[in-house]
Ligand binder design. Structure first.
Ligand SMILES: Cc1ncc(COP(=O)(O)O)c(C=O)c1O
Length: 460
C-alpha cells in the first residue's frame, strides 16, 4: 500500500474517533498514533493534514491536535444582489431558448442551425488540426481581425477591408452594433415578428424597442415612417433577406424607401444578413449596404449558419465614424477573436470546399424545405403556412384563433418535438397565434414524424 493510501486509511479511522469526540478534545500525539497504527510519523502527519484541510481538526504547534466542530455554513442569502443589481435588462425566459434547448432525443422541428450532416465537418476537422499547428494560431491578430479574413468578407460585400471587423458570431455583432450605435435608453426599431436574439441584444444594450409590423415583403414602410417620427429612434434592426422567423424578403421597392427614411431621419440600419448563404430559389438579394452611399447601413454577417455554429465567426461591416467606434469598442471588449478560429474560417472560405459545400447545402435544404411544407400541409392542415420561404431556415405558420402556443409548445416538448412558440418573436402582444418550424436541423423523416407527433399531441 502506498503512503498516500495508508494516510487516507488512517484519516478515515480517525474520523470515526473524531465523530465521537467533543469539540476541542485533544487527539493523541503523532508518536502515540504512529505506534497505534504501525505507521511512520510522516504518514500520521499526512493523515492529520487531510483532516485539517477538511476542517475536522486544528493543529496548534507545540500543543497538539484538537477536534473542531465547525458550525454548519449558513444558508446563502443572495437577496441583496437583486437589490444592488436593479431590474434585469435581459429577459431570461427569451434568453433560455436561444443557445440550445431540448435533448438529443428531441426532434428539432424548430432550430436555427443546421444538422451535423449538412455541415462541412470533415473539412473543418482537417482545417482545425492544421490551424492548431500553425504559429499564426498562437499569436494575437489585430483587434479588428486577421487581415486575410477581413479581405474575404470585404470581397463578398464589395466593401473596403478596413471597414470589416471580425466578431465571434452574429449575435456578438448585433450586441456590439446596438451598443455602439445607440446610447442606453434610446429606442431601436425592429420589424415584428423578429429574431428573439435581436430583442435580447437590444435589451443587453439598454435600449427600448419599438416594433413595426412586417408582411411578406418585409417591414411596412408607412408604419416605419410613423415610428421614426414618433420615437425619434436612430437605429433600425432589419433582416432584409429571408427573415427569421417569417422568411420575408424586403421588396425592391421597400428597400429604396427604407433607405430614404434612414437618410431623412439620420438613422442607422443594422442589416442582419445571417441567411446570405441559405438562399434556395433564385439568387439571394444583394446586401442592403450595397445600395447605401453614406454609411447608414451597418451589416452583420455570420458563418454560424452555413459553416458551423461552433466556429463562432462573423463580421460587422461599417463605414465612417460608426466603423471606427465599433473597432474601438471591440478592443475594449476582448482585444481579438481567437486567432485559431479565424485561421480555420479563412482556410474554409479560401478553399474550393466552400463553393462545393454551399451548392450541396442549397440542394439539401431545398429538399428539406419542400418536405416540411408537404408535411405541414398533410399532417397539420389547420395550420396556415404564411409564406413558403425562398431561403433561410424557417417556416412561419398561423394557428386557428383561440389556440395557446405556450401550451402547444410545452405539450410538443413533452412528446419529444421542439417547436418555436410564436410569442417569443414578438416584443408586444402577438397579433395572432403562430408557431415557427425549421427545416435545417431535422432529416426529412424527422420532419414528417415530428409533424405527425405534433398532430397527435394537438388531437389528444
Ligand atoms: C436572425 C439571426 N441573426 C443572428 C443570429 C446569430 O447567430 P450566431 O451568433 O450563431 O452567428 C441568429 C441565430 O439564430 C439568427 O437567427
Amino acid at each position: 500500500m502506498s503512503k498516500d493510501n495508508r494516510s487516507s486509511e488512517i484519516a478515515t479511522l480517525l474520523r470515526r474517533r473524531i465523530a465521537a469526540a467533543a469539540d476541542g478534545e485533544r487527539l493523541a500525539g503523532v508518536r502515540e498514533l504512529s505506534r497505534e497504527y504501525q505507521a511512520s510519523a510522516a504518514t500520521i502527519s499526512a493523515a492529520l493534514a487531510e483532516l485539517s484541510s477538511l476542517g475536522l481538526v486544528r493543529s496548534e504547534p507545540g500543543r497538539g491536535t484538537f477536534v473542531t466542530r465547525s458550525t454548519p455554513a449558513p444558508e446563502p442569502d443572495f437577496s441583496w444582489q437583486s437589490q444592488a443589481l436593479g431590474p434585469a435588462r435581459v429577459d431570461p425566459d427569451r434568453a433560455s431558448r436561444l443557445g440550445g434547448y431540448g435533448t438529443a432525443e428531441h426532434i428539432p422541428l424548430s432550430w436555427g442551425y443546421l444538422a451535423p450532416e449538412l455541415l462541412p465537418n470533415d473539412e473543418l476537422h482537417r482545417m482545425g488540426s492544421r490551424a492548431a499547428k500553425s504559429s499564426r494560431a498562437w499569436v494575437m491578430t489585430p483587434s479588428a481581425g486577421s487581415p486575410e479574413l477581413r479581405r474575404m468578407f470585404a470581397a463578398e460585400y464589395r466593401a473596403d477591408p478596413s471597414d470589416v471587423q471580425i466578431v465571434a458570431g452574429g449575435q456578438q455583432g448585433l450586441v456590439f452594433a446596438m451598443r455602439t450605435l445607440a446610447e442606453p435608453g434610446a429606442t431601436v426599431i425592429t420589424e415584428s415578428p423578429s429574431y428573439p436574439g435581436a430583442i435580447l441584444a437590444a435589451q443587453s444594450a439598454g435600449l427600448s424597442i419599438a416594433s413595426v409590423a412586417a408582411d411578406r415583403d418585409g417591414i411596412m414602410v408607412d408604419r416605419l415612417a410613423d415610428a421614426l417620427e414618433r420615437t425619434r429612434a436612430r437605429v433600425i434592426y432589419l433582416q432584409p433577406s429571408y427573415a427569421n422567423p417569417t422568411g420575408a424578403v424586403l421588396s425592391q421597392e421597400r428597400r429604396a424607401q427604407v433607405l430614404e427614411l434612414a437618410v431623412r431621419h439620420g438613422a442607422f440600419i443594422i442589416e442582419d444578413d445571417w441567411a446570405r448563404h441559405l438562399g434556395l430559389d433564385g439568387s439571394t438579394p444583394a446586401p442592403l449596404m450595397t445600395d447605401d452611399a453614406h454609411g447608414h447601413v451597418v451589416t452583420v454577417t455570420t458563418l454560424s449558419k452555413p459553416a458551423s455554429p461552433g466556429l463562432r465567426i462573423g463580421a460587422i461591416i461599417a463605414r465612417g465614424p460608426a466603423g471606427a467606434r465599433l473597432r474601438a469598442s471591440r478592443t475594449a471588449d476582448d482585444l481579438c477573436v481567437a486567432p485559431m478560429v479565424q485561421e480555420i474560417a479563412h482556410s474554409l472560405l479560401a478553399s474550393n470546399v466552400w463553393p462545393r459545400h454551399l451548392k450541396r447545402l442549397r440542394a439539401e435544404l431545398t429538399l428539406r424545405r419542400d418536405a416540411l411544407v408537404a408535411a405541414v400541409r398533410a399532417n397539420l392542415p389547420e395550420m396556415s403556412i404564411q409564406t413558403v420561404p425562398r431561403g433561410g431556415l424557417h417556416l412561419w405558420v398561423r394557428l386557428p384563433e383561440g389556440t395557446d402556443t405556450r401550451e402547444i409548445s410545452a405539450a410538443a416538448y413533452a412528446a419529444g418535438v421542439l417547436v418555436g412558440d410564436g410569442r417569443h418573436f414578438f416584443v408586444d402582444e402577438p397579433p395572432a397565434q403562430f408557431l415557427r418550424f425549421s427545416y435545417g436541423a431535422a432529416t426529412k423523416a424527422q420532419l414528417d414524424q415530428g409533424t405527425r407527433t405534433l398532430a397527435r399531441t394537438l388531437a389528444a
